[in-house]
Ligand binder design. Structure first.
Ligand SMILES: [Zn+2]
Ligand SMILES: [Zn+2]
Length: 318
Protein backbone atom coordinates (compact mmCIF):
# COMPACT_ATOMS: atom_id res chain seq x y z
CA UNK A 1 0.00 0.00 0.00
CA UNK A 2 2.77 2.42 1.04
CA UNK A 3 4.70 1.57 -2.11
CA UNK A 4 1.70 2.43 -4.30
CA UNK A 5 1.25 5.81 -2.53
CA UNK A 6 4.94 6.61 -2.93
CA UNK A 7 4.78 5.70 -6.63
CA UNK A 8 1.71 7.88 -7.24
CA UNK A 9 3.27 10.75 -5.26
CA UNK A 10 6.55 10.60 -7.18
CA UNK A 11 4.64 10.43 -10.49
CA UNK A 12 2.66 13.51 -9.41
CA UNK A 13 5.87 15.36 -8.45
CA UNK A 14 7.41 14.45 -11.83
CA UNK A 15 4.33 15.79 -13.64
CA UNK A 16 4.44 19.05 -11.64
CA UNK A 17 8.11 19.50 -12.62
CA UNK A 18 7.51 18.50 -16.24
CA UNK A 19 4.32 20.52 -16.84
CA UNK A 20 5.93 23.98 -17.07
CA UNK A 21 8.30 22.50 -19.67
CA UNK A 22 5.36 21.52 -21.83
CA UNK A 23 3.75 24.90 -21.24
CA UNK A 24 6.96 26.69 -22.29
CA UNK A 25 7.08 24.88 -25.61
CA UNK A 26 6.61 27.03 -28.66
CA UNK A 27 8.18 30.36 -29.48
CA UNK A 28 8.78 32.92 -26.75
CA UNK A 29 8.88 36.69 -27.22
CA UNK A 30 12.11 38.69 -26.80
CA UNK A 31 11.76 42.49 -26.55
CA UNK A 32 14.80 44.76 -26.81
CA UNK A 33 15.09 48.57 -26.75
CA UNK A 34 18.01 50.43 -28.35
CA UNK A 35 18.42 52.59 -25.21
CA UNK A 36 17.52 52.43 -21.52
CA UNK A 37 16.92 56.15 -21.12
CA UNK A 38 15.60 58.65 -23.65
CA UNK A 39 15.37 62.43 -23.60
CA UNK A 40 11.88 63.89 -23.94
CA UNK A 41 11.18 64.53 -27.63
CA UNK A 42 13.53 61.76 -28.82
CA UNK A 43 12.63 58.24 -29.98
CA UNK A 44 13.38 54.67 -28.87
CA UNK A 45 13.42 51.76 -31.29
CA UNK A 46 12.12 48.38 -30.09
CA UNK A 47 12.66 44.98 -31.68
CA UNK A 48 10.38 42.00 -31.10
CA UNK A 49 11.92 38.57 -31.73
CA UNK A 50 10.70 35.03 -31.23
CA UNK A 51 12.92 32.32 -29.80
CA UNK A 52 11.69 29.63 -32.21
CA UNK A 53 10.07 29.83 -35.61
CA UNK A 54 9.04 26.16 -35.82
CA UNK A 55 5.31 25.48 -36.32
CA UNK A 56 4.41 29.18 -36.46
CA UNK A 57 2.13 29.97 -39.37
CA UNK A 58 0.14 32.85 -37.97
CA UNK A 59 -0.24 34.97 -34.89
CA UNK A 60 -0.87 38.33 -33.33
CA UNK A 61 1.05 40.93 -31.43
CA UNK A 62 -0.16 43.49 -28.94
CA UNK A 63 1.83 46.39 -27.51
CA UNK A 64 1.18 48.19 -24.27
CA UNK A 65 2.95 51.35 -23.11
CA UNK A 66 2.07 54.35 -20.94
CA UNK A 67 0.77 57.69 -22.28
CA UNK A 68 4.21 59.24 -21.81
CA UNK A 69 5.08 57.47 -25.08
CA UNK A 70 3.57 57.93 -28.53
CA UNK A 71 3.74 55.26 -31.23
CA UNK A 72 5.60 56.63 -34.25
CA UNK A 73 5.86 53.52 -36.44
CA UNK A 74 5.27 49.76 -36.24
CA UNK A 75 5.57 46.93 -38.75
CA UNK A 76 6.41 43.33 -39.46
CA UNK A 77 9.93 42.52 -40.59
CA UNK A 78 9.18 39.09 -42.03
CA UNK A 79 9.58 38.86 -45.78
CA UNK A 80 7.79 36.62 -48.22
CA UNK A 81 4.64 36.75 -46.18
CA UNK A 82 1.21 38.25 -46.34
CA UNK A 83 0.90 40.37 -43.27
CA UNK A 84 -2.04 42.19 -41.82
CA UNK A 85 -1.24 45.79 -40.99
CA UNK A 86 -0.70 46.87 -37.45
CA UNK A 87 -3.69 48.80 -36.09
CA UNK A 88 -2.34 51.85 -34.25
CA UNK A 89 -5.68 52.66 -32.61
CA UNK A 90 -5.85 49.20 -30.98
CA UNK A 91 -2.06 48.77 -30.63
CA UNK A 92 -2.58 45.34 -32.12
CA UNK A 93 -1.58 43.51 -35.28
CA UNK A 94 -1.97 40.06 -36.79
CA UNK A 95 0.13 38.09 -39.23
CA UNK A 96 -0.19 34.87 -41.25
CA UNK A 97 1.91 33.14 -43.90
CA UNK A 98 2.61 29.83 -45.55
CA UNK A 99 6.33 30.22 -45.91
CA UNK A 100 8.33 33.07 -44.42
CA UNK A 101 11.98 34.04 -44.31
CA UNK A 102 12.95 34.68 -40.72
CA UNK A 103 15.86 37.01 -40.01
CA UNK A 104 18.06 35.83 -37.12
CA UNK A 105 18.95 32.56 -35.45
CA UNK A 106 17.98 30.32 -32.53
CA UNK A 107 20.40 32.08 -30.13
CA UNK A 108 19.57 35.75 -30.68
CA UNK A 109 16.00 35.07 -31.80
CA UNK A 110 14.15 35.65 -35.06
CA UNK A 111 13.16 39.27 -35.58
CA UNK A 112 9.46 39.51 -36.46
CA UNK A 113 8.37 43.03 -35.55
CA UNK A 114 9.80 46.49 -35.03
CA UNK A 115 8.27 49.62 -33.54
CA UNK A 116 9.39 53.11 -32.54
CA UNK A 117 8.09 55.14 -29.61
CA UNK A 118 8.56 58.86 -29.10
CA UNK A 119 9.12 59.96 -25.51
CA UNK A 120 6.59 62.67 -24.70
CA UNK A 121 6.58 63.52 -21.01
CA UNK A 122 9.40 63.36 -18.52
CA UNK A 123 8.87 60.97 -15.59
CA UNK A 124 10.85 60.35 -12.43
CA UNK A 125 10.50 56.58 -12.73
CA UNK A 126 11.26 54.17 -15.58
CA UNK A 127 8.34 53.26 -17.82
CA UNK A 128 7.49 49.73 -18.91
CA UNK A 129 6.79 48.80 -22.52
CA UNK A 130 5.31 45.34 -23.10
CA UNK A 131 4.92 43.23 -26.23
CA UNK A 132 2.56 40.23 -26.01
CA UNK A 133 2.29 37.71 -28.83
CA UNK A 134 0.33 34.60 -29.65
CA UNK A 135 1.56 32.12 -32.22
CA UNK A 136 -0.67 29.65 -34.06
CA UNK A 137 -0.46 26.79 -36.53
CA UNK A 138 -3.90 26.66 -38.04
CA UNK A 139 -6.30 26.88 -35.15
CA UNK A 140 -3.80 25.41 -32.64
CA UNK A 141 -2.02 27.90 -30.38
CA UNK A 142 1.65 26.86 -30.40
CA UNK A 143 2.93 29.63 -28.19
CA UNK A 144 1.87 32.56 -26.09
CA UNK A 145 4.41 34.91 -24.58
CA UNK A 146 5.09 38.47 -23.51
CA UNK A 147 8.18 40.50 -22.76
CA UNK A 148 8.77 43.88 -21.11
CA UNK A 149 11.48 46.51 -21.54
CA UNK A 150 12.03 49.46 -19.16
CA UNK A 151 12.89 52.89 -20.50
CA UNK A 152 13.40 56.08 -18.52
CA UNK A 153 12.28 59.39 -20.01
CA UNK A 154 14.66 62.11 -18.89
CA UNK A 155 14.75 65.89 -19.47
CA UNK A 156 16.42 67.29 -22.55
CA UNK A 157 17.84 69.89 -20.12
CA UNK A 158 17.90 68.91 -16.46
CA UNK A 159 16.88 71.18 -13.58
CA UNK A 160 19.52 70.33 -11.01
CA UNK A 161 19.62 71.54 -7.43
CA UNK A 162 22.86 72.17 -5.54
CA UNK A 163 25.53 69.52 -5.16
CA UNK A 164 25.45 67.69 -1.85
CA UNK A 165 28.32 65.71 -0.36
CA UNK A 166 27.36 62.02 -0.50
CA UNK A 167 30.82 60.71 0.38
CA UNK A 168 33.50 62.67 2.24
CA UNK A 169 36.98 62.43 0.75
CA UNK A 170 39.76 61.05 2.98
CA UNK A 171 43.53 61.46 2.87
CA UNK A 172 43.82 58.71 0.24
CA UNK A 173 40.30 58.12 -1.20
CA UNK A 174 38.11 60.24 -3.49
CA UNK A 175 34.81 61.64 -2.22
CA UNK A 176 31.55 62.12 -4.13
CA UNK A 177 29.09 64.97 -4.63
CA UNK A 178 25.71 64.50 -6.27
CA UNK A 179 22.88 66.69 -7.49
CA UNK A 180 19.44 65.51 -8.55
CA UNK A 181 17.14 66.81 -11.27
CA UNK A 182 13.91 67.97 -9.67
CA UNK A 183 11.89 67.03 -12.78
CA UNK A 184 13.10 63.56 -13.86
CA UNK A 185 15.20 62.54 -10.90
CA UNK A 186 18.38 62.12 -12.95
CA UNK A 187 21.39 62.02 -10.66
CA UNK A 188 24.54 63.88 -11.67
CA UNK A 189 27.65 62.68 -9.86
CA UNK A 190 31.13 64.15 -9.53
CA UNK A 191 34.29 63.05 -7.76
CA UNK A 192 36.17 65.11 -5.19
CA UNK A 193 39.92 64.58 -5.15
CA UNK A 194 41.51 62.85 -2.16
CA UNK A 195 42.76 65.40 0.39
CA UNK A 196 46.28 63.97 0.86
CA UNK A 197 48.02 63.53 4.22
CA UNK A 198 48.73 66.51 6.50
CA UNK A 199 52.11 65.60 7.92
CA UNK A 200 53.67 67.49 10.85
CA UNK A 201 57.37 68.30 11.22
CA UNK A 202 59.98 65.54 11.02
CA UNK A 203 61.20 64.22 14.36
CA UNK A 204 64.49 62.33 14.59
CA UNK A 205 64.10 58.94 16.22
CA UNK A 206 67.72 57.88 15.63
CA UNK A 207 70.60 60.32 15.07
CA UNK A 208 72.91 59.61 12.14
CA UNK A 209 76.64 59.08 12.84
CA UNK A 210 79.69 58.91 10.56
CA UNK A 211 79.30 55.12 10.41
CA UNK A 212 75.48 54.59 10.62
CA UNK A 213 72.39 56.14 8.97
CA UNK A 214 69.72 57.72 11.18
CA UNK A 215 65.90 57.55 11.14
CA UNK A 216 63.29 60.31 11.21
CA UNK A 217 59.45 60.19 11.11
CA UNK A 218 56.40 62.40 10.65
CA UNK A 219 52.70 61.73 11.34
CA UNK A 220 49.50 62.79 9.53
CA UNK A 221 47.36 64.90 11.88
CA UNK A 222 44.15 63.66 10.16
CA UNK A 223 44.46 59.88 9.83
CA UNK A 224 47.52 59.22 12.01
CA UNK A 225 49.62 57.62 9.26
CA UNK A 226 53.32 57.69 10.12
CA UNK A 227 56.07 57.85 7.50
CA UNK A 228 59.73 57.16 8.24
CA UNK A 229 62.75 58.17 6.20
CA UNK A 230 66.50 57.53 6.40
CA UNK A 231 68.96 60.23 7.44
CA UNK A 232 72.24 59.83 5.50
CA UNK A 233 75.54 59.15 7.31
CA UNK A 234 77.50 62.20 8.52
CA UNK A 235 80.55 62.99 6.34
CA UNK A 236 83.94 63.55 8.11
CA UNK A 237 85.29 67.17 7.77
CA UNK A 238 89.07 66.25 7.27
CA UNK A 239 88.41 64.21 4.16
CA UNK A 240 87.58 67.29 2.07
CA UNK A 241 91.11 68.54 1.10
CA UNK A 242 92.08 65.10 -0.24
CA UNK A 243 89.77 65.06 -3.25
CA UNK A 244 90.94 68.63 -4.07
CA UNK A 245 94.63 67.59 -4.14
CA UNK A 246 93.77 64.57 -6.22
CA UNK A 247 92.17 66.77 -8.86
CA UNK A 248 95.36 68.29 -10.35
CA UNK A 249 96.75 64.80 -10.87
CA UNK A 250 94.27 63.74 -13.52
CA UNK A 251 94.78 67.20 -15.08
CA UNK A 252 98.53 66.58 -15.38
CA UNK A 253 97.85 63.14 -16.76
CA UNK A 254 95.54 64.79 -19.30
CA UNK A 255 98.48 66.83 -20.55
CA UNK A 256 100.30 63.67 -21.50
CA UNK A 257 97.79 62.58 -24.14
CA UNK A 258 97.59 66.25 -25.25
CA UNK A 259 101.36 66.35 -25.79
CA UNK A 260 101.15 63.13 -27.72
CA UNK A 261 98.67 64.71 -30.09
CA UNK A 262 101.12 67.05 -31.88
CA UNK A 263 103.14 63.97 -32.85
CA UNK A 264 100.60 62.56 -35.27
CA UNK A 265 100.07 66.15 -36.47
CA UNK A 266 103.76 66.51 -37.28
CA UNK A 267 103.68 63.16 -39.05
CA UNK A 268 100.80 64.46 -41.12
CA UNK A 269 102.77 67.46 -42.35
CA UNK A 270 105.24 65.59 -44.55
CA UNK A 271 102.43 63.57 -46.10
CA UNK A 272 100.56 66.78 -46.90
CA UNK A 273 103.71 68.41 -48.29
CA UNK A 274 104.30 65.34 -50.47
CA UNK A 275 100.90 65.70 -52.08
CA UNK A 276 100.71 69.52 -52.39
CA UNK A 277 104.30 70.37 -53.33
CA UNK A 278 106.64 67.56 -54.31
CA UNK A 279 109.11 70.06 -55.87
CA UNK A 280 110.17 71.99 -52.77
CA UNK A 281 111.19 68.80 -50.97
CA UNK A 282 113.75 67.58 -53.62
CA UNK A 283 114.83 71.25 -54.16
CA UNK A 284 117.31 71.42 -51.33
CA UNK A 285 118.94 68.19 -52.61
CA UNK A 286 118.95 69.35 -56.27
CA UNK A 287 119.94 72.87 -55.26
CA UNK A 288 123.18 71.62 -53.83
CA UNK A 289 123.86 69.49 -56.97
CA UNK A 290 122.76 72.27 -59.27
CA UNK A 291 125.07 74.75 -57.56
CA UNK A 292 128.00 72.35 -57.95
CA UNK A 293 127.14 71.58 -61.57
CA UNK A 294 126.70 75.29 -62.34
CA UNK A 295 130.00 76.05 -60.61
CA UNK A 296 131.75 73.35 -62.64
CA UNK A 297 130.16 74.64 -65.90
CA UNK A 298 131.09 78.22 -64.94
CA UNK A 299 134.64 77.16 -64.13
CA UNK A 300 134.94 75.08 -67.32
CA UNK A 301 133.52 77.87 -69.51
CA UNK A 302 135.77 80.40 -67.74
CA UNK A 303 138.82 78.19 -68.44
CA UNK A 304 137.58 77.69 -72.04
CA UNK A 305 137.07 81.44 -72.51
CA UNK A 306 140.50 82.18 -71.11
CA UNK A 307 142.02 79.46 -73.37
CA UNK A 308 140.20 80.86 -76.47
CA UNK A 309 141.29 84.40 -75.58
CA UNK A 310 144.93 83.25 -75.13
CA UNK A 311 144.78 81.37 -78.48
CA UNK A 312 143.34 84.48 -80.23
CA UNK A 313 146.06 86.69 -78.75
CA UNK A 314 148.70 84.19 -79.89
CA UNK A 315 147.20 84.07 -83.42
CA UNK A 316 146.95 87.87 -83.68
CA UNK A 317 150.60 88.21 -82.61
CA UNK A 318 151.59 85.77 -85.41
ZN1 LIG B 1 15.89 66.00 -15.58
ZN1 LIG C 1 46.30 61.21 6.43
Amino acid sequence: MKKAVTAILSLFIMLVIALPCFADEGPGVILTADKTSVKAGETVKFTVSISDSINTKSGSIELSFPESFELVSAGWTLTGTTMANYDKSKNKGVFSFDSATFIGDEESGFVIFEFTLKAETVASTAKSVTASAQFKNGSIVVGESSATASVKIICATHSYGDFTRTKEPTCTEKGTETRTCSVCGHVDKKDIAALGHKFGDWSVTKEATETETGIREHTCSVCGKTETSEIPKLTPASSEPEPQSSEPEPQSSELVPQSSEPEPQSSEEPTSSDTTSSEPAPLPVNNDGLVTVLAIIAAVSLIYAIAVTVLLIVKMKK
